[in-house]
Design a protein around this ligand. Structure first.
Ligand SMILES: Nc1ncnc2c1ncn2[C@@H]1O[C@H](COP(=O)(O)OP(=O)(O)OP(=O)(O)O)[C@@H](O)[C@H]1O
Length: 299
Protein backbone atom coordinates (compact mmCIF):
# COMPACT_ATOMS: atom_id res chain seq x y z
CA UNK A 1 0.00 0.00 0.00
CA UNK A 2 1.33 3.39 -0.89
CA UNK A 3 1.01 5.85 1.92
CA UNK A 4 1.16 9.28 0.45
CA UNK A 5 0.69 12.70 1.91
CA UNK A 6 -2.88 13.88 2.39
CA UNK A 7 -4.59 16.00 -0.21
CA UNK A 8 -4.04 19.60 0.81
CA UNK A 9 -6.41 22.40 -0.03
CA UNK A 10 -3.52 24.68 -0.88
CA UNK A 11 -2.16 22.19 -3.43
CA UNK A 12 -4.79 22.74 -6.01
CA UNK A 13 -6.91 25.48 -7.36
CA UNK A 14 -10.56 25.09 -6.61
CA UNK A 15 -12.55 23.87 -9.47
CA UNK A 16 -15.91 22.26 -9.31
CA UNK A 17 -15.36 19.23 -11.53
CA UNK A 18 -19.02 18.91 -12.35
CA UNK A 19 -20.77 22.00 -13.48
CA UNK A 20 -24.17 20.49 -12.94
CA UNK A 21 -25.48 19.19 -9.66
CA UNK A 22 -28.53 17.01 -9.18
CA UNK A 23 -31.51 18.53 -7.49
CA UNK A 24 -31.55 18.04 -3.75
CA UNK A 25 -34.88 16.33 -3.86
CA UNK A 26 -34.24 13.48 -6.25
CA UNK A 27 -31.75 11.26 -7.95
CA UNK A 28 -30.11 12.11 -11.22
CA UNK A 29 -31.62 11.19 -14.52
CA UNK A 30 -29.36 8.20 -14.89
CA UNK A 31 -30.88 6.52 -11.87
CA UNK A 32 -33.35 4.37 -13.75
CA UNK A 33 -30.63 2.59 -15.67
CA UNK A 34 -28.40 2.23 -12.65
CA UNK A 35 -27.17 -1.12 -11.43
CA UNK A 36 -27.18 0.59 -8.03
CA UNK A 37 -30.40 1.17 -6.27
CA UNK A 38 -30.93 4.93 -6.37
CA UNK A 39 -30.16 6.46 -3.03
CA UNK A 40 -33.42 5.65 -1.40
CA UNK A 41 -36.57 6.90 -3.05
CA UNK A 42 -38.31 6.41 0.22
CA UNK A 43 -41.46 7.76 1.64
CA UNK A 44 -43.06 7.51 5.01
CA UNK A 45 -45.46 4.79 3.91
CA UNK A 46 -42.79 2.39 2.67
CA UNK A 47 -42.74 -0.61 4.99
CA UNK A 48 -39.30 -1.07 6.46
CA UNK A 49 -37.38 -4.30 5.91
CA UNK A 50 -37.61 -4.68 9.62
CA UNK A 51 -41.36 -4.95 9.34
CA UNK A 52 -41.81 -2.20 11.90
CA UNK A 53 -44.35 0.52 11.29
CA UNK A 54 -42.21 3.39 12.38
CA UNK A 55 -43.56 6.90 12.40
CA UNK A 56 -40.98 8.11 9.93
CA UNK A 57 -40.25 11.78 9.60
CA UNK A 58 -42.01 12.77 6.42
CA UNK A 59 -39.18 14.60 4.71
CA UNK A 60 -38.20 11.78 2.32
CA UNK A 61 -34.67 11.74 3.70
CA UNK A 62 -32.59 8.64 3.05
CA UNK A 63 -30.95 9.02 6.45
CA UNK A 64 -31.45 11.48 9.24
CA UNK A 65 -30.78 12.00 12.92
CA UNK A 66 -32.70 13.99 15.46
CA UNK A 67 -31.23 15.61 18.55
CA UNK A 68 -28.29 13.22 18.55
CA UNK A 69 -26.09 13.13 21.64
CA UNK A 70 -23.01 10.93 22.04
CA UNK A 71 -21.10 10.98 25.28
CA UNK A 72 -17.97 8.93 25.84
CA UNK A 73 -17.21 8.04 29.46
CA UNK A 74 -18.88 9.39 32.56
CA UNK A 75 -18.53 11.98 35.27
CA UNK A 76 -15.58 14.32 35.22
CA UNK A 77 -13.95 12.39 32.36
CA UNK A 78 -16.99 12.45 30.08
CA UNK A 79 -16.47 13.72 26.54
CA UNK A 80 -19.59 15.11 24.86
CA UNK A 81 -18.73 14.38 21.24
CA UNK A 82 -22.22 15.22 19.91
CA UNK A 83 -24.49 17.65 21.72
CA UNK A 84 -27.82 17.71 19.92
CA UNK A 85 -27.26 17.19 16.19
CA UNK A 86 -30.24 17.16 13.84
CA UNK A 87 -29.52 16.66 10.15
CA UNK A 88 -31.17 14.92 7.19
CA UNK A 89 -29.65 13.62 3.95
CA UNK A 90 -31.84 13.79 0.86
CA UNK A 91 -31.75 11.11 -1.87
CA UNK A 92 -29.15 11.60 -4.57
CA UNK A 93 -27.14 14.25 -2.75
CA UNK A 94 -23.49 14.51 -1.76
CA UNK A 95 -22.83 16.07 1.65
CA UNK A 96 -19.43 16.95 3.10
CA UNK A 97 -19.12 17.04 6.90
CA UNK A 98 -16.39 19.39 8.03
CA UNK A 99 -15.13 21.01 11.20
CA UNK A 100 -12.07 21.29 13.43
CA UNK A 101 -10.32 18.22 14.77
CA UNK A 102 -12.36 16.70 17.60
CA UNK A 103 -15.58 18.47 16.59
CA UNK A 104 -17.46 15.15 16.28
CA UNK A 105 -17.40 14.44 12.53
CA UNK A 106 -16.45 10.76 12.71
CA UNK A 107 -18.74 10.21 15.69
CA UNK A 108 -21.65 11.66 13.70
CA UNK A 109 -20.84 9.51 10.67
CA UNK A 110 -20.58 6.35 12.78
CA UNK A 111 -23.86 7.08 14.60
CA UNK A 112 -25.81 7.82 11.41
CA UNK A 113 -24.25 4.76 9.72
CA UNK A 114 -25.36 2.53 12.59
CA UNK A 115 -21.78 1.68 13.57
CA UNK A 116 -22.08 3.39 16.94
CA UNK A 117 -24.99 3.96 19.29
CA UNK A 118 -25.99 7.47 20.27
CA UNK A 119 -26.35 8.22 23.97
CA UNK A 120 -29.71 9.78 23.14
CA UNK A 121 -31.59 10.94 20.06
CA UNK A 122 -32.79 8.97 17.06
CA UNK A 123 -31.34 7.79 13.75
CA UNK A 124 -33.58 6.94 10.80
CA UNK A 125 -32.89 5.22 7.50
CA UNK A 126 -35.92 6.11 5.47
CA UNK A 127 -38.93 5.06 7.53
CA UNK A 128 -36.99 2.82 9.91
CA UNK A 129 -35.73 4.04 13.26
CA UNK A 130 -32.44 2.18 13.48
CA UNK A 131 -31.27 3.60 16.79
CA UNK A 132 -33.68 1.37 18.66
CA UNK A 133 -32.95 -1.89 16.82
CA UNK A 134 -31.25 -4.75 18.58
CA UNK A 135 -27.62 -5.33 17.63
CA UNK A 136 -28.18 -8.36 15.43
CA UNK A 137 -30.99 -6.75 13.44
CA UNK A 138 -29.01 -3.54 13.13
CA UNK A 139 -25.99 -5.45 11.79
CA UNK A 140 -28.16 -7.21 9.20
CA UNK A 141 -29.79 -3.97 8.12
CA UNK A 142 -26.46 -2.13 8.04
CA UNK A 143 -24.98 -4.71 5.68
CA UNK A 144 -27.95 -4.30 3.38
CA UNK A 145 -28.52 -0.54 3.57
CA UNK A 146 -25.20 1.19 4.17
CA UNK A 147 -21.80 1.30 2.51
CA UNK A 148 -18.70 2.57 4.25
CA UNK A 149 -15.37 3.73 2.84
CA UNK A 150 -12.47 4.39 5.22
CA UNK A 151 -9.33 6.46 4.86
CA UNK A 152 -7.20 3.33 5.27
CA UNK A 153 -9.16 1.24 2.71
CA UNK A 154 -9.54 -1.69 5.17
CA UNK A 155 -8.98 -4.42 2.59
CA UNK A 156 -7.97 -7.97 3.48
CA UNK A 157 -4.42 -8.34 2.10
CA UNK A 158 -4.54 -12.11 1.61
CA UNK A 159 -7.74 -11.96 -0.43
CA UNK A 160 -8.11 -11.13 -4.08
CA UNK A 161 -9.90 -8.01 -5.25
CA UNK A 162 -12.98 -10.06 -6.04
CA UNK A 163 -12.93 -11.79 -2.65
CA UNK A 164 -12.62 -8.43 -0.90
CA UNK A 165 -15.61 -7.05 -2.78
CA UNK A 166 -17.75 -10.09 -2.00
CA UNK A 167 -16.65 -10.46 1.65
CA UNK A 168 -19.40 -8.42 3.39
CA UNK A 169 -22.10 -10.19 1.38
CA UNK A 170 -20.59 -13.59 2.09
CA UNK A 171 -20.42 -12.78 5.81
CA UNK A 172 -24.07 -11.75 5.66
CA UNK A 173 -24.99 -15.03 3.92
CA UNK A 174 -25.96 -13.12 0.77
CA UNK A 175 -22.99 -13.21 -1.60
CA UNK A 176 -23.41 -10.82 -4.52
CA UNK A 177 -23.83 -12.18 -8.03
CA UNK A 178 -20.59 -12.48 -9.94
CA UNK A 179 -21.96 -10.22 -12.66
CA UNK A 180 -22.72 -7.54 -10.04
CA UNK A 181 -19.15 -7.79 -8.72
CA UNK A 182 -17.69 -7.52 -12.20
CA UNK A 183 -19.93 -4.57 -12.98
CA UNK A 184 -18.99 -2.76 -9.74
CA UNK A 185 -15.29 -3.27 -10.49
CA UNK A 186 -15.76 -2.10 -14.05
CA UNK A 187 -17.51 1.03 -12.81
CA UNK A 188 -14.58 1.95 -10.58
CA UNK A 189 -12.14 1.30 -13.45
CA UNK A 190 -10.79 -2.02 -12.19
CA UNK A 191 -12.25 -4.41 -14.73
CA UNK A 192 -9.80 -7.30 -15.22
CA UNK A 193 -8.16 -6.87 -11.80
CA UNK A 194 -10.40 -9.40 -10.05
CA UNK A 195 -7.57 -11.79 -9.22
CA UNK A 196 -5.06 -9.21 -8.03
CA UNK A 197 -4.34 -8.79 -4.33
CA UNK A 198 -4.38 -5.39 -2.60
CA UNK A 199 -0.57 -5.39 -2.31
CA UNK A 200 -0.35 -5.44 -6.11
CA UNK A 201 -2.43 -2.27 -6.41
CA UNK A 202 -1.71 1.41 -5.87
CA UNK A 203 -3.38 3.29 -3.00
CA UNK A 204 -5.92 4.82 -5.35
CA UNK A 205 -6.74 1.43 -6.85
CA UNK A 206 -7.15 -0.01 -3.36
CA UNK A 207 -9.60 2.76 -2.50
CA UNK A 208 -11.46 1.94 -5.72
CA UNK A 209 -11.77 -1.66 -4.53
CA UNK A 210 -13.14 -0.35 -1.22
CA UNK A 211 -15.69 1.75 -3.12
CA UNK A 212 -16.72 -1.23 -5.25
CA UNK A 213 -17.08 -3.28 -2.07
CA UNK A 214 -19.26 -0.57 -0.53
CA UNK A 215 -21.44 -0.18 -3.63
CA UNK A 216 -21.92 -3.76 -4.75
CA UNK A 217 -24.79 -4.22 -2.31
CA UNK A 218 -26.43 -1.06 -3.71
CA UNK A 219 -26.62 0.76 -0.37
CA UNK A 220 -29.06 3.53 0.34
CA UNK A 221 -26.21 5.68 1.60
CA UNK A 222 -22.46 5.59 1.11
CA UNK A 223 -20.56 6.99 4.10
CA UNK A 224 -16.93 7.94 3.53
CA UNK A 225 -14.53 9.00 6.28
CA UNK A 226 -11.63 10.97 4.80
CA UNK A 227 -11.59 8.76 1.67
CA UNK A 228 -8.76 10.77 0.10
CA UNK A 229 -6.76 11.30 3.30
CA UNK A 230 -4.10 8.71 2.41
CA UNK A 231 -3.88 9.56 -1.28
CA UNK A 232 -1.91 12.03 -3.36
CA UNK A 233 -3.71 15.01 -4.86
CA UNK A 234 -4.40 13.61 -8.28
CA UNK A 235 -5.49 10.19 -7.04
CA UNK A 236 -7.67 11.89 -4.44
CA UNK A 237 -9.41 13.86 -7.17
CA UNK A 238 -10.03 10.66 -9.13
CA UNK A 239 -11.66 9.08 -6.08
CA UNK A 240 -13.79 12.19 -5.49
CA UNK A 241 -14.85 12.18 -9.16
CA UNK A 242 -15.89 8.56 -8.74
CA UNK A 243 -18.01 9.40 -5.70
CA UNK A 244 -19.45 12.39 -7.53
CA UNK A 245 -20.31 10.25 -10.56
CA UNK A 246 -22.12 7.78 -8.31
CA UNK A 247 -24.29 10.64 -7.05
CA UNK A 248 -24.80 12.33 -10.39
CA UNK A 249 -25.24 9.31 -12.64
CA UNK A 250 -26.55 6.63 -10.29
CA UNK A 251 -28.53 8.71 -7.81
CA UNK A 252 -26.36 7.45 -4.94
CA UNK A 253 -26.51 9.37 -1.66
CA UNK A 254 -23.07 10.10 -0.24
CA UNK A 255 -21.99 11.59 3.10
CA UNK A 256 -18.26 12.27 3.42
CA UNK A 257 -16.11 13.55 6.27
CA UNK A 258 -13.23 15.65 5.03
CA UNK A 259 -10.80 18.30 6.23
CA UNK A 260 -10.16 19.48 2.70
CA UNK A 261 -12.18 22.40 1.26
CA UNK A 262 -11.28 21.26 -2.27
CA UNK A 263 -12.70 17.80 -1.58
CA UNK A 264 -15.81 19.50 -0.20
CA UNK A 265 -16.12 21.23 -3.59
CA UNK A 266 -17.30 17.91 -5.00
CA UNK A 267 -20.27 17.97 -2.61
CA UNK A 268 -23.62 19.74 -2.97
CA UNK A 269 -23.68 20.76 0.63
CA UNK A 270 -21.26 21.29 3.50
CA UNK A 271 -22.37 20.69 7.08
CA UNK A 272 -19.98 22.31 9.57
CA UNK A 273 -19.56 20.92 13.06
CA UNK A 274 -17.88 22.57 16.04
CA UNK A 275 -17.83 21.22 19.59
CA UNK A 276 -20.44 18.60 18.78
CA UNK A 277 -23.06 20.89 17.26
CA UNK A 278 -23.84 21.98 13.70
CA UNK A 279 -22.79 25.58 13.31
CA UNK A 280 -23.36 25.95 9.57
CA UNK A 281 -25.09 24.22 6.67
CA UNK A 282 -23.75 25.62 3.40
CA UNK A 283 -25.32 25.06 -0.01
CA UNK A 284 -22.66 24.49 -2.71
CA UNK A 285 -20.14 26.85 -1.17
CA UNK A 286 -16.87 27.74 -2.87
CA UNK A 287 -13.64 26.32 -1.45
CA UNK A 288 -12.74 29.86 -0.41
CA UNK A 289 -15.99 30.23 1.54
CA UNK A 290 -15.41 26.85 3.22
CA UNK A 291 -11.82 27.77 4.10
CA UNK A 292 -12.91 31.10 5.51
CA UNK A 293 -15.62 29.45 7.61
CA UNK A 294 -13.22 26.83 8.95
CA UNK A 295 -10.50 29.33 9.74
CA UNK A 296 -12.99 31.34 11.78
CA UNK A 297 -13.53 28.14 13.79
CA UNK A 298 -9.81 27.51 14.08
CA UNK A 299 -10.10 24.31 11.99
N1 LIG B 1 -13.92 5.99 21.81
C1 LIG B 1 -13.79 7.22 22.34
N2 LIG B 1 -13.60 7.36 23.67
C2 LIG B 1 -13.49 8.59 24.22
N3 LIG B 1 -13.53 9.73 23.53
C3 LIG B 1 -13.70 9.64 22.21
C4 LIG B 1 -13.83 8.39 21.53
N4 LIG B 1 -13.98 8.61 20.23
C5 LIG B 1 -13.96 9.95 20.05
N5 LIG B 1 -13.79 10.56 21.25
C6 LIG B 1 -13.73 12.02 21.48
O1 LIG B 1 -14.90 12.58 20.94
C7 LIG B 1 -14.61 13.84 20.34
C8 LIG B 1 -15.03 13.80 18.88
O2 LIG B 1 -14.22 12.84 18.20
P1 LIG B 1 -14.37 12.59 16.63
O3 LIG B 1 -13.37 11.54 16.27
O4 LIG B 1 -15.77 12.35 16.31
O5 LIG B 1 -13.94 14.01 16.06
P2 LIG B 1 -13.51 14.39 14.57
O6 LIG B 1 -14.13 15.72 14.30
O7 LIG B 1 -13.81 13.29 13.64
O8 LIG B 1 -11.95 14.57 14.75
P3 LIG B 1 -10.76 14.46 13.66
O9 LIG B 1 -11.03 15.49 12.63
O10 LIG B 1 -9.53 14.76 14.47
O11 LIG B 1 -10.77 13.05 13.12
C9 LIG B 1 -13.11 14.06 20.53
O12 LIG B 1 -12.91 14.86 21.67
C10 LIG B 1 -12.59 12.66 20.75
O13 LIG B 1 -11.43 12.68 21.55
Amino acid sequence: MRLLRPVQACDMPFSNPHGRFPAHDGPGTGAAASPYRPGGALDATTPSRDGTADAAPGDGAVARCDDLHRRYGRGANAVHALRGVTVAFAPGTFTAVMGPSGSGKTTLLHCVAGMDRPTSGTVWWGPTEVSRLRERRLAELRRAEVGFVFQSFNLMPAMTVEQNVTLPGRLAGRPPERTAVREALRQVGLGGRERHRPGQLSGGQQQRVAIARALVSRPRVLFADEPTGALDRRTGMEILSLLRAGVEEQGQTCVMVTHDPVAAGYADRVVVLADGVIVDDLDRPSAAAVSARLSRLGG
